[in-house]
Design a protein around this ligand. Structure first.
Ligand code: DC
Length: 227
């Protein structure tokens, strides 16, 4: 069948990536985690001692950056200068840095172009903050996932604990609120629900429930996809 795109947007900790990955697996299509690309840029900056909010310095680095995204059976892998950084970018510090570099318009343009190129070649489930509004406004299915701030804090704490860290509720909650503020109030392509996106509040839903709900929406919109 014709290529199609499913755009999944929402704030940090809304469960987007877990759900989007599962939906892609069920449909046998590619999952693209766009947040990992912003994290890759932030990782490069931090490694080179560049402040993620210093626009001039970030742009100087961006020119020569060699980021590669490789969809695999287990999910997406990301490479910086041929080095696999998939796991290294999953820290609070890199997440915060990603939110800072994401304010810069040229960073958004460059990564947005890479994301569009991937969707031109494959059917994708793409998650991020501006996929339904800016990167793929023509996506056949658009989802906006949300959850209460306490619930998102608990989920993020669970991830950090699983990695052997000892997070504190108030500190993690504060970081999530700050990231929401950064992502929703920046000038270029802020996090917004696209007018034609389906809003899903996942606060009291299991991952499986959200996946099933999205698959039902996909089936309604694109009848011929077998799931
Ligand atoms: O989804 P994440 O936590 O990995 O994203 C990290 C940051 O990257 C997020 O706080 C804002 C930015 N981002 C963005 O601005 N646009 C996207 N499409 C994806 C992520």
């Amino acid at each position: 069948m014709k290529r199609f795109a499913i755009a999944v947007d929402g704030p940090a900790g809304s469960g987007k990536s877990t759900v989007a990955k599962a939906v892609a697996k069920r449909l046998g299509i590619i999952y693209v985690d766009t947040g990992a690309m912003y994290r890759g840029v932030a990782y490069n900056c931090i490694q080179k001692g560049v402040n993620c909010s210093d626009e001039k310095a970030v742009l100087a680095l961006l020119d020569g950056i060699h980021l590669e995204i490789l969809p695999t059976e287990e999910g997406q892998k990301i490479f910086l200068e041929n080095q696999d950084i998939t796991e290294k970018i999953r820290t609070q510090k890199i997440g915060q840095g990603a939110s800072e570099v994401a304010v810069i318009q040229s960073v958004r343009q460059k990564l947005g172009d890479m994301q569009r190129a991937m969707a031109r070649k494959n059917s994708v489930v793409m998650d991020g903050r501006d996929i339904g509004t800016y990167v793929l406004p023509q996506a056949e299915v658009k989802i906006y996932m949300d959850a209460g701030v306490d619930e998102r804090t608990m989920r993020r704490m669970g991830e950090l604990k699983a990695k052997g860290e000892k997070p504190e509720f108030e500190a993690v909650r504060k970081e999530i609120i700050q990231r929401d503020d950064n992502d929703m109030n920046r000038q270029h392509n802020p996090l917004r629900k696209a007018p034609d996106a389906v809003y899903i509040d996942t606060t009291r839903m299991t991952i499986e429930d959200v996946v099933e709900k999205i698959l039902t929406i996909v089936q309604e919109k694109l009848g011929e996809v077998r799931v």
